[in-house]
Design a protein around this ligand. Sequence first.
Ligand code: LMR
Length: 339
Amino acid sequence: MSGLFNFFWVTQMNRPIRIAVTGPTGSIGYSILFRIAAGDLFGKQQPVELRLLARNTPESQNRLKGTMMELADCAFPLLAEMSAHTDEKELFDGAECVFLIGSQPRKEGMDRSDLLRANGEIFRRQGKALNERASRDVRVVVVGNPCNTNAYIAMKNAPDLAPECFSALMRLDQNRAMARLAEKLELPVSGIEQVFVWGNHGNTMYPDVRFARYRGKRVDSELDSEWLASFIPNVATRGSQIIKARGASSAASAASAAIDHMRDWILGSEGRCCTMAVPSDGSYGIPRGLMFGFPCFCPGEGRYQIISDMPITPEVRAQIEKNRDALIAEAQAVSDLLF
Ligand code: LMR
């Protein structure tokens, strides 16, 4: 990998960015496609090409056909090209930006880790296909659950791509934490900063508001211990709360978070701290390579930096270790799917 996403060359040439999406007819996929094509990902000047995966069934292909008819009917000026593929290698051919969404969603009463066996094989196969055919500068975000370990499986099956090409979605958890904090403070969410979530997109995740700010001013003194005690499980179980309320897992909010994640990664987070699950560089004692949610800063051009000097109290250390152990256990459970 050159280390820099070739975004600037792409924009200078005004050539469409090649984006591959799996699960385009599921609820998250259906929501994300229209936002990407409208310019919410790369801005209103950058054309995009959409490559979409259909399953090899008439039903799936018809659904995708209908979705593509709708995309065409929006007459999006930025949607330069779109194509449907049933072969994952073809789908990822030259792909520069990849959303791995297609997977089995969880149902009420399940944990995300219960999906490990059902979904792990998909990400093994897709990691191999990416390894063979994607751009060497590709940026991949895994949304399908359990997303940290699925991203780990994909990364391990793509030994010719830099591990830093892979990530998993924890921006949804950060967005949820910011929304709860804004509600508590009765302030607009747009001014909330420095909120991030450690670890795994699972029950053990640890939302950290110790350094939260509103328009640059610290707000931690306004957060009482009673609120904090309910805030952490509230963020961690928000996915289940949504499944219970709407009878299906989150869709538009997950799509929106995936756009936030990819946009900041490629274009830069403008000095804001953002949560990304990325291969550990050993920071905070997390084994190298484990796909762990860290506070990150994105300087642009497809790069991120793990913020490795956050103050850690014994209590936070214990929470980080709980997530580390959960992810190690998940990785061990799928050791047969790793390259
Ligand atoms: C979410 O957090 O809403 C998604 O990961 C879906 C789920 O299963 O919770």
